[in-house]
Design a protein around this ligand. Structure first.
Ligand SMILES: [Zn+2]
Length: 154
């Protein structure tokens, strides 16, 4: 039986890197922090596309939340590269590490949570933030197939 150890990572810990669709050439591009050591959510970001060479910087004092018709990054609002329809929903991930996390979650038979030191159970944990349809055992196979399909797009 596979075990899944939830490290208590929050969704924010995956926002250091986004794979997105370049608005210029539609290939896979990347958004990263300019300073990899700056963990701040408002740290300046750079979009760069190796396919067409376009770059763009983000340095704002706030993050605008939008309800886009498809999943996007939080900074430039470009469509996420890692996404595919699944179970009547859209399965998406910010980056491959995030995709790995979802895969590990979904394929795990036994799931464990580790309490945050001093704070009891973490309610910011990504584990509890994954949508219900991803937590459902009956969707497990379809989700794993969708994840495999997303990997082929890289
Ligand atoms: Zn491009």
């Amino acid at each position: 039986m596979e075990r899944f150890q939830d490290s208590g990572e929050s969704i924010y810990s995956f926002q250091d890197e986004f794979l997105v669709r370049c608005p210029n050439c539609s290939f896979c591009a990347i958004i990263r922090r300019l300073d990899p050591n700056n963990n701040d959510g408002f740290a300046p970001r750079r979009f760069s596309c190796t396919a067409c060479g376009s770059t763009k910087d983000w340095s704002e004092s706030k993050i605008v939340q939008r309800s886009d018709s498809e999943p996007t990054d939080d900074y430039f609002h470009y469509p996420l590269w890692l996404q595919t329809p699944c179970c009547g929903q859209t399965l998406w991930a910010y980056n491959l590490r995030h995709l790995d996390f979802i895969e590990a979650f979904v394929s795990a038979e036994l799931r464990e949570q580790k309490p945050d030191e001093g704070y009891g159970w973490s309610n910011r944990s990504l584990f509890s933030r994954l949508p219900k349809w991803m937590q459902s055992a009956k969707n497990r196979e379809k989700i794993l197939k969708a994840i495999a399909k997303i990997r082929l797009s890289i």
